[in-house]
Design a protein around this ligand. Structure first.
Ligand SMILES: *Cc1c(COP(=O)(O)O)cnc(C)c1O
Length: 387
């Protein structure tokens, strides 16, 4: 028998890293010494005090049952406390915070609560693939907002055709940005809020990298601005801040009505986050901060080794102020997939081709700073020798 996939599934864009993944597996099997700068996944371990809290909480039978859909109240209070300390934004733990099984889960489910067939979902291009994927899975129309270097990788709302603006139900944004490493300021967010009010568009700002910034730069929250909470929500993650990507915990916060819609979708899909992980999450958000400072210093060192190295071989890499990515224009040619293949074949280096993040990502390659600086230096040496 043969069963056809749904139209929805057929409409999903192809997974553009498949080719690189296959080549990577093959190279590993051959025993080659790969330097993997491809995936945006922290290489550092979760801090010890968080792991200890998990193991303690895992032993308590009270934590073995279904968790509350909306997250345990202490976690929501810990998130509210963190938000107040970090951004000076007050959130009501009862209605303005919703814990998630990783922020990707909430991003993927959000359009199901708001998008009808024919509605547009505005998504940055290049961008984190789930924005576009979730639009398609909810039978919406995804519309690319190009992030161009001449606009500092911020979308230009004037370029969105009026008829699309009018049907834009939802806009995804993400600063500090993956993959471009761009950052946004107050002036930009004011334009965003303006747009939201004018076209009745929900703003979903993904702030997964809010804590990964360098040289004293501190990204702001979209919710710091007046009116923001009327128009949207902000996604946060423990994955990058606390090296907890495998644990699956994050949250969405802001507009209570929007959160209630996401919560209704979720109540039909999942049954909460393992309570022991929520308790460990509280330990992360209320615990010592030194590890974050150390982590920033470490990524900054890696960033400097990579950027100085690429500059020394004549590549044009601008120095990121935030995220653990370098978004680098291709030094030769314009086909990022072929270039990534070349890096893998000639240098045993894995990097993410820009086209994998959308068609406006073409012409770039993304390096993730998720290996020790000695390995980054080695990667630069290999490029110098072989390309
Ligand atoms: C890593 C990342 C996330 C985090 O996802 P989780 O599901 O919380 O692990 C969210 N958004 C972007 C843009 C990311 O790069």
């Amino acid at each position: 028998m043969r069963f056809e996939f749904s139209k929805r599934l057929e409409n999903l864009p192809p997974y553009l890293f498949a080719e690189i993944d296959k080549a990577k597996r093959y190279a590993r099997q051959e025993g080659r010494d790969l330097i993997d700068l491809g995936v945006g996944d922290p290489d550092l371990p979760t801090p010890g005090h968080i792991i200890e809290k998990l193991s303690e909480a895992a032993k308590d039978p009270r934590n073995h049952r279904y968790a509350l859909d909306q997250g345990i109240p202490e976690l929501r209070r810990a998130i509210a406390g963190w938000y107040k300390r970090r951004f000076n934004v007050a959130l009501d733990p009862e209605t303005e915070i919703l814990p998630l099984i990783g922020s990707k889960e909430g991003i993927a489910h959000m359009p199901l609560a708001f998008v009808n067939p024919g509605d547009y979902v505005l998504a940055p291009d290049p961008g984190y693939p789930p924005y576009r994927g979730s639009a398609i899975l909810s039978d919406g129309q995804s519309f690319s907002m190009p992030l161009l270097v001449e606009n500092s990788f911020l979308p230009d709302f004037k370029e969105i055709p009026l008829k699309i603006r009018k049907k834009a139900k939802l806009m995804f944004l993400n600063y500090p940005n993956n993959p471009t490493a761009a950052v946004a300021n107050k002036e930009f967010y004011l334009k965003v809020i303006d747009f939201a009010f004018k076209y009745n568009t929900i703003i979903a700002h993904d702030a997964a990298y809010s804590e990964l910034s360098y040289a004293g730069y501190r990204p702001m929250s979209f919710l710091e601005l007046e009116g923001a909470k009327n128009t949207g929500v902000e996604f946060h993650s423990l994955s990058k801040t606390y090296n907890m990507s495998g644990w699956r915990i994050g949250w969405v916060c802001g507009n209570a009505h929007i959160l209630s819609g996401i919560a209704r979708v979720k109540s039909n899909i999942d049954s909460g986050i393992f309570s022991a992980i929520q308790i460990a999450g509280i330990a992360a958000l209320t615990g010592p901060e030194e590890h974050i400072q150390k982590m920033r210093a470490l990524y900054q060192e890696r960033r400097d080794v990579l950027c100085a190295g690429l500059e020394s071989i004549g590549w044009k890499a601008s120095i990121p102020q935030a995220t653990f990515y370098a978004w680098v224009p291709l030094p030769t040619g314009s086909d990022s997939r072929s270039f990534a293949k070349l890096l893998l074949e000639k240098c045993d280096i894995v990097a993410a081709p820009g086209i994998g993040f959308g068609r406006y990502g073409e012409g770039y390659i993304r390096f993730a700073l998720t290996v020790p600086k000695e390995r980054i230096a080695e990667a630069v040496e290999r490029i110098k020798k072989s390309l």
